[in-house]
Design a protein around this ligand. Structure first.
Ligand SMILES: [Mn+2]
Length: 342
């Protein structure tokens, strides 16, 4: 470890949060996944990891809840050029479908869909292999997207180590679509894939306010495995005077002992993520989200890992000149690291 003063400003050659740790030295390793193949609305989330890394260096390390927890070591892996290359290829193919040019022959469209699906499977294999490798080394692992399709392989890896874990899914969207525009692994299908292709026992959704009837029925038909706390219902209960703390207790009561957090930044009020791909009005306040994470841990449960996704600095990436989304994302990421290392 290099010379390090946690009270000083971050040095240029420092890692995530201005910390000096290598992956080997760190107890918690962040895996960046610069991927947004099937983004259908606002783009830029593939630049999320680089933007968060950049913004993370201005964070004050001392944490009111968890003190100097960072001394256990947090590091982010290199942002893979290969994934960025796959992402450009997949995005190009996906664009043919998303643009919906009806003059194109079916064979061309089908070829484009196949290409996206094949590259998505490669991406899933990458996330699975890397997460398995890090978990086997005894590391805590956090995935940094990218769009919300990125954690699928990681969740498979986590389930092999923690078969009884539940997922706390914070999001504006239910993400329960059975494929989207022919893409099997789109951001809109992540939890459908988890529910149908893994043995996950419990999915607890919070902040959901954008979903189709098919998704609503899927939730109803899988009531033993999915519990959804719709944003409107949470908001109405707060307006009637019920405290967020009591609502958190109800949410947490649905979760098993081991909790994986899948955090889509658009679960927050869009004022915290104006450049995210598909912002929706409503959502959690920043401190409501943090209090929910804190209460998971103080309830005696264990956060075993997480992903943070859909943080976007805008289409222009880190150079877009607006650091706000990445600033919020970095601070949320830091709290996720803190409660995981607790
Ligand atoms: Mn999502």
């Amino acid at each position: 470890m290099k010379q390090f003063d946690p009270n000083a400003a971050a040095t240029l050659d420092s890692g995530i949060f201005g910390l000096p740790f290598s992956s080997e030295e760190a107890a918690l390793v962040l895996l960046p996944v610069p991927w947004e193949a099937t983004t259908s609305y606002g783009g830029g989330t593939s630049h999320g990891p680089a933007a968060i890394l950049h913004a993370s260096k201005q964070i004050d390390l001392f944490d009111i809840d968890n003190g100097n927890f960072f001394m256990a070591g947090i590091a982010m892996e290199e942002i893979s050029d290969e994934i960025q290359h796959w992402n450009r290829q997949a995005r190009q193919a996906a664009k043919i479908i998303i643009d919906g040019d009806e003059s194109l022959p079916d064979s061309v469209l089908q070829q484009a869909i196949n290409k996206v699906n094949v590259l998505s499977e490669k991406l899933n294999a990458f996330a699975y292999t890397e997460t398995t490798r890090l978990l086997a080394q005894g590391k805590y692992v956090g995935i940094v997207g990218g769009d919300h399709s990125v954690p699928f392989g990681a969740i498979q890896a986590f389930l092999e180590k923690y078969p009884d874990m539940g997922i706390l899914h914070i999001d504006a969207h239910a993400d329960l679509r059975d494929s989207f525009e022919g893409f099997h692994y789109s951001h809109a299908s992540i939890m459908h894939n988890v529910m149908t292709k893994t043995s996950l026992k419990k999915l607890v959704q919070v902040g959901i306010r954008d979903f189709c009837e098919e998704e609503f029925n899927f939730i109803r038909n899988n009531a033993a495995r999915i519990k959804t706390f719709f944003d409107a219902a949470l908001s109405e209960q707060k307006m009637q005077g019920k405290s967020w703390g009591l609502l958190c207790d109800e949410i947490i009561a649905e979760l098993p002992h081991e909790v994986y957090v899948s955090f889509d930044i658009d679960g927050l009020d869009p004022r915290f993520c104006p450049h995210t791909g598909t912002p929706v009005p409503g959502g959690l306040d920043f401190h409501e989200a943090l209090f929910l994470l804190k209460k998971i841990v103080t309830s005696g449960r264990k956060i075993i890992g997480f992903d943070l996704n859909e943080v976007s600095p805008g289409e222009q990436g880190v150079d877009s000149g607006d650091e706000w989304d990445a600033n919020v994302g970095a601070r949320l990421l830091y709290k996720l690291c803190g409660w995981t290392l607790k």
